[in-house]
Design a protein. Sequence first.
Length: 225
Amino acid sequence: MSVRRSLGALAVVGCIALGAIHAVETEVTPADADALAGILAGVSRARSGVLADDIATIRAVQAAVLRTAPIHRPIPYGRTREPADLVRAAAGLCYDRSRTIEKALRLLGFDVRHVFLLSTAARSPLAALAAPGVRSHAVTEVETVAGWLVVDSNAPWISVDRTGRPVSMADLQDRLGDVPPVPDGIYREPVWPIYGLYSRHGRFFPPFNGIPDVHWGELLGNLVG
């Protein structure tokens, strides 16, 4: 093998290794389950296949997490923000609470995905992604028996229409008149919803070194819709 090919192969391996090191894990660990047992005390773990039951469980999970972290103060950068950390802090911002909401819903058997909402009101999507300080919000999308719905991480709001049917992130901005008033103005702005992006700065999850925090499977889902 030529030197050029060897270096190319090493570069590919290095990129794969770097990506693996910086991938955000979404599995519910034993430590997560222990912390969630306290957070979710009284929340049913059964899924009946009935939409009303799914929505009731999702609302109960959201309410439990909001009660756990009622203070609007972030877990500092460079520290873990798993369910046990949220319990200890008794506080959090959208990116802290959404992490626990997602792990709680996974524990209860739901498929979920993390959504990073990036405002594109003042910049093009790529310019907004690169610029610091651009308005953003972290929310969760969860799959019910009737489709995906959005779960806010700062307020007791989910995207169900007036008939109780779920409204997905893809349809939400076109259907804001069909859902309860949104709690955050970013929902009414032009936004770029990016699945699987947890931070642009890389300081939410280990190794906290400035490379963006992503879940590769969810991130690739942006390419297929």
